[in-house]
Design a protein around this ligand. Structure first.
Ligand SMILES: Nc1ncnc2c1ncn2[C@@H]1O[C@H](COP(=O)(O)OP(=O)(O)O)[C@@H](O)[C@H]1O
Ligand SMILES: [Mg+2]
Length: 266
């Protein structure tokens, strides 16, 4: 039993007539590794924007790292959270050296506008680059990297601040098969490291779930279909309800695979 890192109570987000999130009640404890699964438009990124203190709920209460969103200075909260997302990636200058993309996170800035970083920061950046298997890319510019390499740089950058919560929004999007498999291995290694922060990985493919992830929350049209320990919650029945089509699910060697249920299958 850990302490709560995220504590959502009836978190609801409305935009005009649209209900993006509908009374989400959810708790992430220290040490948990959650996957948030759901089809496009289910509200996954909206949930991540709340969890990273970028957006406030329309109603309900979002507890983040022991603080209540709305009653805390978000500029003190945000540095305690590591994020990777397409939106964050777009803001990384293509001409920036990989080492600087990572080390500059310690100043909460994108782009290397400060020339001086502490030796300790560089040491930490180096060990993260090694941990993520990209140390050989340290002197390359971000723009010259493959999509898979960029994803690893972003994860190293997110970890640079030693966050108490790590949020990964579709990190495998756009990767080829080899790139995806490499990333899944890396995320699995991180998941099994006890010193890794509580992690939430957003995805719409069960094939992207790294071994070592402990919990799943399944989202459809802004509502929770199921949430809990992955082994008992990630079932064909819940997956079928989440994606709105009959699906069968395989679990083999710690990896998951899903496909449409064929008529012959039971
Ligand atoms: N400002 C907005 N006004 C109305 N609808 C929005 C707004 N922002 C997002 N949406 C809608 O909310 C839904 C959830 O979006 P999102 O959280 O990005 O889903 P996901 O990440 O699961 O694909 C989508 O249908 C999207 O079109
Ligand atoms: Mg999204």
């Amino acid at each position: 039993m850990g302490t709560a890192v995220l504590e959502f109570a009836d978190v609801t987000v409305r935009r005009g007539e649209a209900v993006l999130l509908d009374k989400i009640t959810w708790q992430v404890d220290d040490g948990d590794r959650w996957v948030v699964l759901g089809p496009n438009g289910a509200g996954k990124t909206t949930m991540m924007q709340i969890a990273s203190a970028q957006m406030h709920p329309t109603s309900g209460v979002a507890g983040i790292l022991g603080e209540v969103l709305g009653a805390v200075d978000v500029f003190e909260l945000r540095p305690r959270i590591g994020i990777t997302s397409a939106a964050v990636a777009e803001r990384i200058p293509r001409s920036e050296l990989v080492r600087d993309v990572v080390v500059s996170a310690s100043y909460g800035v994108l782009g290397r506008w400060r020339e001086e970083y502490d030796d300790l920061d560089y040491e930490r950046a180096t060990s993260l680059l090694i941990e993520l298997g990209i140390h050989h890319l340290a002197e390359r510019t971000f723009g010259t990297l493959s999509e898979g390499e960029r994803k690893r740089v972003q994860i190293a950058r997110a970890l640079m601040v030693d966050p108490e919560l790590l949020l990964l929004d579709e990190p495998a999007a756009g990767l080829d098969l080899g790139g995806r498999e490499d990333l899944v291995s890396t995320l699995s290694t991180l998941a099994y490291m006890p010193q890794s922060p509580a992690t939430v990985l957003i995805s719409h493919h069960v094939e992207e779930i790294p071994p070592g992830f402990t919990h799943v929350l399944m989202l459809r049209q802004g509502g929770v279909v199921a949430a809990g320990p992955i082994e008992e919650t990630l079932t064909a029945t819940n997956l079928t309800a989440t994606f709105g089509m009959p699906l069968q699910l395989n679990h083999d060697d710690g990896r998951w695979a899903a496909r449409r249920r064929t008529r012959s299958a039971t």
